[in-house]
Write a protein that binds this ligand. Structure first.
Ligand SMILES: *Cc1c(COP(=O)(O)O)cnc(C)c1O
Length: 408
């Protein structure tokens, strides 16, 4: 019989959310009257804004008329969207991104998962810990992660982020080829200042490494001096690829549109020692394996950059961030050590001394009927921490915090 890609059999099961669902189901069965509030939601919950819906409707109608019907679009995105991205997300912050440095796609998850195809089989990969699992699993599937032993991959370099280092990881102290960074961070909700991010850009340039920068939560940044793009850092055009998405920015998780930026300066070494442009490789890859995002969805995404679109999405995000503020402040008032929640919809808290993440999960479920996410599910350094999210309603967020306050 034929052989499969054995790297898949090395992957641990997607244990975290299955185990959460199992425990909640079991608890609900034993306590049918328990009115459970979910603060583990990692998805937006508010509807698409009117400017987006209007643009999408109009584009759908165009598809039904001979004169305005569109078949396959350009491989890397329609001009109107690519230019809206260049202007709205970069030029407004003083960053010049060329037209052919933007690649429109159907998701940042796909992009951050697929980008590893450009790296050699033996590339050494580093991730922050805790981490968004896609960076790890996509490299494990390609055979770069080694073996999964004691909750860690043997060939991955983990950069711990914890209260001890203020969630600012140290640069790798060994040879690393590819570093994944996500800021504002999922799951910790923490950010890096320009100075802190510059340390990584300088390290990457000095070591000939590349940074894959996931900026999916950039729209949640509220503090003025926090970078929204890695290209705000001098030298980043030589060493960084940036992935971005309309999912969290504009509620597109079920609509699907994202983009990746690869500056022309980003080069990698070929086997013969010559330098090769990653932008050119990604163009080749996308032209081969991707056929573009649908026209109505690209119109919808472009509408996010209109003045109405901007005002409307800012209001939605402000609503989520009000929930984040409430969670953060009520937990702090209860004496919890709390991180994130200022520039991201995630609140990362230290569980009470002597407790594991799962013990705290059970306590919160049992005593408060609240579901959150145990930090250990995001990597070894997540043990002892717990994630709450700001995506529930204001009413239920407040109710959940009242329950936690009554606990102490
Ligand atoms: C939600 C999320 C994304 C967005 O993924 P899409 O595929 O664009 O929906 C990307 N990165 C992180 C870390 C996320 O949490």
């Amino acid at each position: 019989m034929f052989h499969i890609n054995d790297n898949f059999t090395k992957l641990p099961g997607s244990y975290l959310f299955a185990e959460i669902a199992r425990r909640v189901k079991e608890y609900q069965a034993a306590n049918p009257d328990a009115d459970i509030i979910r603060l583990g939601i990692g998805d937006v919950t508010k509807p698409l804004v009117p400017a987006v819906i209007e643009a999408m409707h109009k584009a759908v109608d165009e598809m039904g008329v001979q004169e305005t019907f569109r078949g396959y679009g350009p491989d890397f995105g329609y001009d109107f969207l690519v230019n809206a991205i260049r202007e709205g997300d970069y030029a407004t912050r003083g960053i010049d991104i060329a037209y052919d440095e933007v690649f429109v796609s159907d998701g940042a998850k796909c992009d951050v998962g697929n980008i590893q195809e450009l790296f050699s089989d033996d590339a050494v990969i580093a991730v922050t810990d805790p981490v968004y699992p896609v960076y790890v699993d996509s490299n494990a599937m390609a055979g770069r992660a080694g073996d999964y032993v004691d909750d860690k991959w043997s060939r991955l370099v983990y950069l711990p982020c914890n209260a001890g280092n203020g969630f600012v990881p140290a640069v790798p102290d060994c040879d690393v080829d590819v570093l994944y960074l996500c800021y504002p961070n999922n799951p910790t909700g923490t950010v890096l200042t320009k100075e802190q991010l510059k340390v990584f850009v300088d390290w990457a340039r000095e070591h000939g490494a590349i940074i894959i920068y996931d900026a999916a939560y950039r729209a949640y940044v509220t503090q003025k001096d926090i970078p929204l793009s890695i290209y705000e850092i001098e030298g980043a055009r030589e060493c960084a690829i940036e992935c971005n998405s309309f999912s969290k920015t504009a509620g597109f998780t079920g609509t699907r549109c994202a983009y990746t930026v690869i500056p022309h300066e980003v080069m990698g070494l070929a086997a013969d020692g010559s330098k090769v442009s990653l932008n050119a490789l990604w163009k080749r890859r996308m032209a081969t394996k991707f056929n573009g995002v649908s026209y109505p969805i690209q119109r919808a995404a472009a509408a996010v950059y209109s003045p109405e679109g901007q005002a409307q999405i800012k209001e939605v995000i402000a609503g989520y961030m009000e929930n984040a503020r409430i969670i953060r402040e009520s937990l702090m008032a209860q004496g919890y050590e709390v991180f994130g929640g200022i520039n991201a919809p995630y609140i990362w808290l230290k569980v009470p001394e002597g407790m594991t993440s799962w013990a705290f999960f059970d306590l919160l479920l049992d005593k408060c009927h609240i579901v959150g996410t145990p930090g250990c599910g995001f990597g070894p350094s997540g043990e002892g921490y717990f994630r709450l999210t700001a995506f529930n309603t204001l009413e239920l967020t407040k109710k959940a915090m009242e329950r936690i306050s009554a606990l102490k």
